[in-house]
Design a protein around this ligand. Structure first.
Ligand code: CA
Length: 396
């Protein structure tokens, strides 16, 4: 924890009481005290004296000066419930999903919007969140969530308009993605090509990952309105297959798509994967794992081996370095794309903050990373779950 400095100028947000001050909280909605995100401009205008966190260090108070040489890591939000995805609005504000079914703006008096129909169980719930590349003009916001129908768990991607406080004009983009308590995938991202990419897990039915007519165990690709791109490889939403439970998507500067994927850690250990994704590619699950190869299947560019478990969450690429979080691994990993080999994998913050999941490059060039200790599998620490801000340049 020696690197951890709590930002001095933040102060506890008054609890968003069930009175529904924002007009968005429904009766019975859980209330959470948040620490709002602080930007350098906010630091100049917000009061410093009230409700500063106990135990604040003298160093923390020096953080009131304009940023430019930020600390290696600091807390920007806390008391969250399994934050699953982080995005930034065009005005710089942070918006997150919390897995029980809340869309939350991280700011003073931040709006918290309950999402209908979300079914949270083990790994399922409100998962992915993405903004349309033209969000500033069309206000389109996309969510990936698990729901129940006739006793079955399913996943779907929904699109809304989001005006900063309320959601409207709901539309299903893709529905009836197989779901289960485990292996629901759930990452959604727009690529540099303007298509919407969606990761789906095998929902516990591993053989379905090899069936290109099933939506499970896949990376899907759609137009922004849910229609199927003409050049998709199998005439449906499937873009790549043979995946077990991919949960990270990121593109490098050349426009190549990378994905992190959970290996069969429950069957033993490890074999978690970092894959370079090709259109129509078969990534092998459940036929091959680890470094195994087979004709017509693609072996990971990096895998954890059988003696280590990453349980990788989210993925970001900054300056040709891939960063990904680890849940069971409780580590932020980094590896240079130009030198991908086990010896070049770096491990940061191992076991310092517990399970790590959400990861997003902010408009300020810093990484924002969420813990996942309240997800039922973690050891909950004071203030969990939290979002940290990290300067990637100070990690190496
Ligand atoms: Ca694989």
């Amino acid at each position: 924890m020696r690197n951890l400095l709590i930002i001095g100028s933040i102060f506890l947000l008054s609890i968003l009481a069930a009175c529904g001050a924002q007009g968005t909280l429904k009766t019975g909605e859980a209330t959470l005290p948040l620490i709002p995100m602080v930007t350098s401009t906010q630091q100049a205008t917000q009061p410093e004296e009230s409700l500063t966190p106990p135990g604040e260090t003298p160093q923390a108070q020096t953080q009131n000066k304009p940023t430019g040489n930020p600390e290696p890591i600091s807390i920007v939000a806390q008391n969250l419930q399994t934050p699953w995805e982080i995005v930034f609005l065009p005005d710089g504000r942070m918006l997150i999903t919390e897995r029980p079914g809340i869309l939350s703006l991280i700011e003073t008096n931040g709006v918290r919007i309950p999402i209908a129909d979300v079914y949270e169980s083990s790994e399922s719930g409100l998962l992915g969140l993405a903004l349309h590349p033209s969000f500033a003009e069309n206000q389109y916001l996309y969510l990936y969530l698990t729901y129940q129908a006739n006793g079955k768990m399913l996943n779907r991607v929904e699109r809304y308009r989001f005006d900063g406080t309320t959601l409207s004009d709901p539309m299903f983009i893709i529905d009836r993605i197989p779901g289960a308590a485990i292996h629901d995938g759930g990452r959604i991202e727009f690529g540099p090509d303007g298509f919407l990419y969606i990761t789906t897990g095998d929902a516990g039915a591993s053989a379905s990952a090899q069936d290109v007519n099933s939506l499970s165990g896949k990376i899907l690709r759609l137009h922004d309105d849910g229609s199927i791109p003409k050049d998709n490889p199998f005439g449906n939403a499937v873009y790549s297959y043979g995946h077990r439970n991919p949960q990270g998507l990121a593109w490098d500067e050349q426009g190549q798509l990378w994905s992190t994927e959970h290996g069969p850690s429950g069957l033993g250990n490890g074999y978690d994967e970092l894959n370079l994704i090709e259109k129509g590619g078969n990534y092998g699950w459940p036929e091959i794992q680890g470094d195994q190869s087979r004709e017509g299947m693609i072996t990971p560019r990096l895998q954890s081996g059988g003696n280590e478990t990453w349980a990788p969450g989210d993925l970001e690429i900054v300056d040709r370095i891939a960063y990904f979080t680890g849940l069971r691994g409780a580590t932020l990993y980094s590896v240079p794309l130009d030198d991908i080999r086990p010896e070049a994998l770096q491990r940061h913050f191992t076991n310092e903050f517990g399970r790590l999941r959400a990861l997003r490059l902010g408009p300020d060039g810093l990484l924002y990373m969420g813990t996942s200790n309240t997800d039922g599998r973690g050891s909950v620490r004071e203030g969990d779950d939290k979002i940290f801000r990290i300067d990637p340049n100070q990690l190496h």
